[in-house]
Write a protein that binds this ligand. Structure first.
Ligand SMILES: Nc1ncnc2c1ncn2[C@@H]1O[C@H](COP(=O)(O)OP(=O)(O)OP(=O)(O)O)[C@@H](O)[C@H]1O
Length: 206
């Protein structure tokens, strides 16, 4: 089983501690949601767990069946969708999906055509991303996270810009995650983590 473990980790920006003494054991096969008010540190913690940001103190380890995973190869295990991670807007959807596959293949050998279909965006395959609506872009970001062949899926504010149909699509994709996957969410919207058994308030680490 894949596990992320943190031991007393903390993050400081300049002189401000965003959180401290975070002790977590996150096991694949379930989901965890980090909640807290704006600016409380949800995105920072997710970025840290994703390996995209260094922590200031403490220990962070990744393991598979009790064997440590090299932090330098951890990025291969993770797919992430977040408001601050932008799509390449000059590409068409087809081009973007093809490009994405060159560094992160899709699950179950899904083709770009099949992914576009699952995104409910077959009609927009040849349209440049810059002409997509904000809800269409959000579906693409989520789809790249859901359909990539990576056991750890990290979603920050997953239903931002989604309408009711988009939110239903999001819930459907969550249900289809595999039993060996680990889902981490950052959220302020209870309806986007209503299925999640582990809800953690980041304010406890202030
Ligand atoms: N690069 C940075 N340099 C300095 N401070 C930063 C930086 N990035 C984030 N912060 C600060 O860290 C704190 C936590 O921000 P973060 O984005 O993690 O919060 P959040 O809980 O995700 O907020 P929101 O709900 O608004 O998305 C904020 O006070 C923010 O100003």
């Amino acid at each position: 089983m894949l596990t992320i473990a943190t031991e007393k980790i903390g993050k400081k920006y300049r002189r401000e501690w965003i959180f401290r003494h975070v002790d977590l054991t996150l096991n694949a096969g379930t989901s965890y949601t980090f909640v807290g008010p704006n600016g409380s540190g949800k995105s920072t913690l997710l970025q840290l767990l994703a390996g995209n940001l260094p922590h200031t103190e403490g220990n962070l380890t990744y393991s598979q069946d009790a064997t440590l995973i090299d932090p330098d190869s951890w990025f291969r295990q993770v797919s992430i969708a977040a408001p601050y991670l932008e799509l390449v807007e000059e590409l068409t959807l087809d081009e973007l999906l093809t490009f994405h596959q060159t560094f992160k293949p899709f699950r179950n050998n899904l083709t770009t055509e099949a992914v576009a279909d699952r995104l409910l965006l077959t009609h927009a395959r040849h349209k440049e991303i810059k002409y997509f609506s904000s809800g269409m872009k959000q579906r693409v970001k989520l789809g790249l996270a859901f359909f990539s062949n990576a056991p750890v899926v990290i979603l920050d504010e997953p239903t931002a810009n989604l309408d009711r149909q988009g939110a239903a699509w999001y819930h459907e994709q969550v249900r289809q995650l595999g039993p060996d996957q680990l889902l981490l969410i950052g959220s302020n919207q209870p309806e986007e983590y209503d299925f999640c058994p582990n809800v953690l308030d980041v304010m406890q680490w202030k």
